[in-house]
Design a protein around this ligand. Structure first.
Ligand SMILES: *[C@@H]1O[C@H](CO)[C@@H](O)[C@H](O)[C@H]1NC(C)=O
Ligand SMILES: *[C@@H]1O[C@H](CO)[C@@H](O)[C@H](O)[C@H]1NC(C)=O
Ligand SMILES: *[C@@H]1O[C@H](CO)[C@@H](O)[C@H](O)[C@H]1NC(C)=O
Ligand SMILES: *[C@@H]1O[C@H](CO)[C@@H](O)[C@H](O)[C@H]1NC(C)=O
Length: 422
């Protein structure tokens, strides 16, 4: 840790960009040959989205109904949203279906919930249990790259946002839309960044009247304990080179050829073991099916903004959960009315909101120590409104793709939602 701090102290460029290196590696496969394949994916595949949307590609093919929607945020981004209104076997009669909204993590999109077979993925398990399932896609991911003002995704203006805006614009837009369509409060499932934006939005009193319950898988709020993995990678990465590559707040596209070439050169460097880096970052995922993992590589590694990656690195650097910090104090004053960026106080999340939190013992991004910090903030939460689950062998991706996630996590999520809605 001392080494890392010292390193950060000397290398200003690393401060902002080293987390970014590590985050790229999360989406790299764990075999050297796989790495080469994923990174050299033909750029034409990468540039344009698959013809079929998420419904057509991954839901209807399995015999489920699925609808596509576009939702516009207050700042003009047009987000893609999918709905699986019912299960394969429709149970007649009974109550109105309760809506559940699934929010994916950073560098992923809504497809990340749908990589396993229908019996194993969370959206379909929820639909088959009688829920009305909605899947959101944050701005910048392949199906959410339009803007009302014709702001083009090739411009830097399109990418001028971080998870602050995901919490204050994307999430409210989607939740208002689903509430409007269903006339009901929302049950929410977030993974990774999807947990972060819910936590910070709720801590600011946003959406609290529209949420019925919240499930947090692989929760991310604090990143203080990413140090060890980060230190290893940052020390090996040529931060200067990365700094040059990503200067400016434009798109962060992990599939870009230059990113791939750069990473390949890193992996080829003596002593750098890419398998190790993946494990060091996501943790060693115990339970992935190799064909699902291939599908993951073919589909994920979605774009986000450089500013978002910098915001994550600030969270790591500062050990606090705060709004995006501008370098110049005067900019902070302009944006926030104070010289430092305001802290999000998670103790302000309504204490009676039902929360389910599931975290893994092998998860290096949602590190056990960091989850404990988060739970410290939730100490004031009503005891009977907080369920916490710990899965010793799980790492970051097991929560969305684990072959046994149904038994380990999803059945518990379903039971949690049923309790809130009975
Ligand atoms: C959503 O917007 C995209 C891009 O403008 C368009 O191609 C698509 O047809 C729209 N989908 C729906 C369901 O309106
Ligand atoms: C980015 O957006 C902020 C408002 O959130 C604005 O103050 C700033 O000038 C924008 N930056 C650029 C480079 O457009
Ligand atoms: C892995 O996924 C493939 C494709 O969905 C499936 O055919 C196979 O049965 C899965 N393997 C296991 C062990 O479930
Ligand atoms: C956060 O809010 C709680 C009350 O909800 C308060 O007791 C605590 O002092 C606040 N923490 C900070 C750091 O402001």
């Amino acid at each position: 840790m001392a080494v890392v701090r010292g390193f950060l102290g000397f290398t200003a460029a690393c401060r902002d960009f080293c987390v970014l290196v590590v985050l790229v590696l999360v989406v790299q496969p764990h075999r050297a040959n796989g790495l080469g394949r994923a990174l050299t994916a033909p750029s034409k595949d990468v540039a344009k989205p698959p013809v079929a949307g998420i419904c057509a590609a991954s839901v209807i093919v399995h015999g489920y109904k699925c609808q596509e929607f576009n939702v516009t945020t207050k700042d003009g981004y047009i987000l893609s949203l999918q709905r699986i209104p019912e299960g394969r076997v429709v149970q007649n009669g009974g109550n109105k279906r309760q809506p559940v909204l699934l929010q994916h993590g950073v560098l992923m999109d809504g497809m990340s919930w749908l990589l396993n077979s229908p019996e194993h993925n969370l959206p379909m398990i929820l639909a088959d249990n009688g829920f009305d399932v909605w899947i959101s896609n944050t701005r910048g991911t392949r199906f959410s790259r339009q803007h009302t003002s014709q702001l083009d995704s090739s411009t830097t203006d399109f990418w001028n946002w971080s998870w602050d805006e995901l919490a204050s614009f994307d999430m409210p837009a989607v939740i208002d839309f689903v509430c409007g369509q269903t006339g009901q409060k929302i049950n929410y499932v977030g993974h990774s960044q999807g947990t972060l934006i819910a936590l910070v939005a709720l801590s600011e009193g946003k959406l609290v009247n529209k949420m019925k319950s919240v499930a947090l898988l692989s929760p991310v709020a604090y990143l203080n304990n990413m140090n060890s993995a980060l230190g290893r990678v940052a020390a090996k990465a040529f931060v200067g080179e990365i700094g040059t590559m990503y200067r400016g707040y434009a798109e962060f596209n992990p599939k870009k050829v230059e990113t791939g070439n750069f990473l390949k050169s890193l992996c080829a460097y003596p002593g750098v073991d890419c398998y190790d880096m993946l494990s060091g970052f996501t943790g060693k995922n115990c339970c992935l099916n190799s064909s699902s993992f291939d599908l993951f590589l073919a589909n994920e590694a979605q774009s986000t903004s450089n500013k978002n990656m910098v915001h994550f690195s600030q969270t790591f650097r500062d050990g606090t959960l705060a709004k995006y910090a501008y370098v110049r104090p005067s900019y902070n004053v302009m944006h926030y009315g104070q010289v430092t960026s305001p802290i999000y106080n998670l103790s302000n999340i309504p204490h009676d909101l039902p929360l389910f939190l599931s975290y893994g013992g092998q998860d290096a991004l949602s590190d056990v120590q960091d989850v404990k910090l988060l739970l410290g903030n939730l100490k004031v939460h009503d005891v009977d409104k907080l369920s916490v689950q710990f899965i010793k062998e799980y790492a970051h991706l097991d929560f969305i793709m684990g072959l046994n996630a149904k038994d380990k996590v999803y059945n518990q999520v379903v039971a949690f939602f049923k309790r809130q809605n009975s």
